[in-house]
Structure formats: structure tokens, C-alpha cells
Design a binder for this molecule. Structure first.
Ligand SMILES: [Mg+2]
Length: 300
């Protein structure tokens, strides 16, 4: 598998591995397998909103459809099961995403996302990986990341997290070490923060992520806490599997954090090395693989 393919599969497998433990408290479980029927009534291997929105974004980028069409595709996912694991309406949709998609569904695709400070969940960050790949080497990252992030999350903090993650994707694609990747991403973020000085305080911990211990990490759905958990998991891992294991075992927003971590770990580590039966449990495995192959071909 090439890096992009590993990253996209790494994302989906991380999501599916984390789904049953979502909302569970840290250190209240230890799971080494792909299980089902935890906090959601879904079979082992089930992937969630993170993967669905990522796959829909990939399809949109491959087929070069309009932004309005992309929003309609998100509506079709939530209400009619388009790119859901079982063709049924979505089972796990975050609050901010649910609200804006409901407005697109009822009022039309030109409704804007909420931009207040409270609307800073991880719902834009969790679907930005295809955009990060699409913008790699194209010198369009600013416009692309901003435009796609703000479809659902209008506050600058969420967008800045999407930027930092994109910078990390690009640095790892350039074969930099983790430390060098973080250093370059931090530098790029700091230059962005010049335009938003009031936001800097919220990024201090991310800028100093190597100094944080597990106890410092809050693995919830707030976009800043999610990104901190992702970087901590990657920094404290020895393999792809170890990275998603660390991510899931932080507890709380396990699926999203493992998915976003898995995206980076898939680029960074040369093999996913997951048990074969994990892959076989993933619903729509062939359809997903076909979409990933098309995406990897188109974005080169
Ligand atoms: Mg999810």
C-alpha cells in the first residue's frame, strides 16, 4: 500500500476499532480486538460519521462535483444512508454537524455553518484528511482547507486545527521525522496565528505537545482536545496498531481520535500490520477500497 492508501485505510480502521468504546471512561477497559455492540448497537467493524464524511468528501473530490452537491451528499448520508455502513440513516452524528445538515436538508445547501466559539467540536477536523491530500503539492492548501473546514464549523479555531493537521500530513508525506514534522507544522501555524492573536493561547499546548503526559490529555470532542490527543497518541506509539491502541485507550471520543490518529500513523509507519480478520469485518470493504484507489489515482 502506498502512504495515501495506508492513511485512508488507517483512518477507517481506527474509526471502526474505536466505535464500541465511544464515551467510555479512560482506563475502564482494555480492548485488543475489533469488537461490536459496545456503546452503539452495531456489529464489529462498523465505521461511523468520521469515515462516512471522509468517503463522501473523497468521492466529491474525485468527481469534481459542486460544493452544493457535496452538501446534498452529506444530507443523503444522514437521512437516507448514502455511504453509511449499512445503507441506513447515520447512527452517530455530532451536534454541530447534525444542525447544519438539517438546515441544508430543510432550507437548502446555501445555509452557513454556526461560527460561535461553542461550536468548536471536531466535526471538521474528522473529515479533512482527503482535503489535506488533495492540497498536497498544489499550493492551494489555504483556500481548500479553509473552504472545506468552514462548511460545517465556522469558527477560526476549528479551521486552525484543520490547518495544523494538514501541515502534519504534508510534513509526513515529505518523509520528515515526527519531531521535525511537528516543528514545521508549528512554524506554519504560528505564522497563521499572527492574524488571530487572540487564538494563540488555545494552541499553546499543541505547540508544546511533546512536553505533555497522558494525564494532561483530555480526549473529548472539543477540537483542541481531540488534536492534542491525536498527537499524543502518535508521539507515544511504536507502530500503526500501537498508535490507534493508545488513541482508543484515552477513552471518551475514541472513534474520532483513533481515526484521525490512524490517518497520520498510516503515513508515518510503513505497514499497518493489522490482523487480516479486522479488514474482513469492515462493511463495504471492496467499495471503500475501490474509492480509495480512484482517489489516490486522481489526486496524484
Ligand atoms: Mg464517530
Amino acid at each position: 500500500m502506498n502512504k495515501r492508501k495506508r492513511a485512508l485505510w488507517g483512518f477507517i480502521i481506527g474509526d471502526a476499532y474505536g466505535v464500541p468504546m465511544e464515551f467510555m471512561e479512560r482506563d475502564s477497559f482494555e480492548i485488543h480486538d475489533m469488537i461490536g455492540y459496545g456503546c452503539w448497537d452495531v456489529p464489529a467493524g462498523t465505521w461511523s460519521d468520521d469515515s462516512a464524511m471522509t468517503l463522501i468528501t473523497m468521492q466529491h473530490l474525485i468527481e469534481d462535483t459542486s460544493i452544493a452537491d457535496l452538501k446534498r451528499a452529506f444530507c443523503n448520508w444522514v437521512y437516507r444512508g448514502h455511504w453509511s455502513y449499512n445503507d441506513e440513516p447515520a447512527f452517530d452524528v455530532g451536534m454541530t454537524i447534525a444542525e447544519v445538515i438539517n438546515r441544508w436538508e430543510t432550507k437548502g445547501p446555501f445555509e452557513a455553518a454556526k461560527a460561535d466559539e461553542q461550536s468548536n467540536g471536531n466535526g471538521a477536523l474528522m473529515r479533512i484528511l482527503p482535503v489535506a491530500f488533495y492540497s498536497y503539492g498544489r499550493a492551494i492548501e489555504d483556500r481548500y482547507v479553509n473552504d472545506y473546514a468552514t462548511l460545517t464549523h465556522g469558527h477560526i479555531r476549528s479551521t486552525l486545527c484543520c490547518f495544523h493537521y494538514t501541515y502534519m500530513v504534508h510534513a509526513l508525506m515529505d518523509d520528515l521525522s515526527l519531531e521535525a514534522s511537528l516543528a514545521r507544522a508549528n512554524e506554519q501555524l504560528l505564522s497563521k496565528l499572527n492574524d488571530y492573536p487572540e487564538e494563540k493561547v488555545h494552541f499553546e499546548r499543541i505547540l508544546n505537545i511533546t512536553t505533555l503526559s497522558r494525564e494532561d490529555i483530555q480526549s473529548n470532542g472539543y477540537v483542541i482536545h481531540t488534536l492534542e490527543a491525536v498527537y499524543w497518541s502518535l508521539l507515544n506509539s511504536k507502530s500503526y496498531y500501537d498508535a490507534i491502541f493508545q488513541a482508543v485507550h484515552l477513552g471518551n471520543d475514541t472513534d474520532t481520535i483513533a481515526a484521525i490518529t490512524g490517518g497520520l500513523a498510516g503515513i508515518y509507519y510503513e505497514e499497518l500490520n493489522i490482523p487480516n480478520d479486522w479488514m474482513a469485518l469492515i462493511p463495504k470493504q471492496e467499495e471503500i477500497d475501490h474509492l480509495i484507489n480512484r482517489f489516490v489515482k486522481v489526486i496524484f
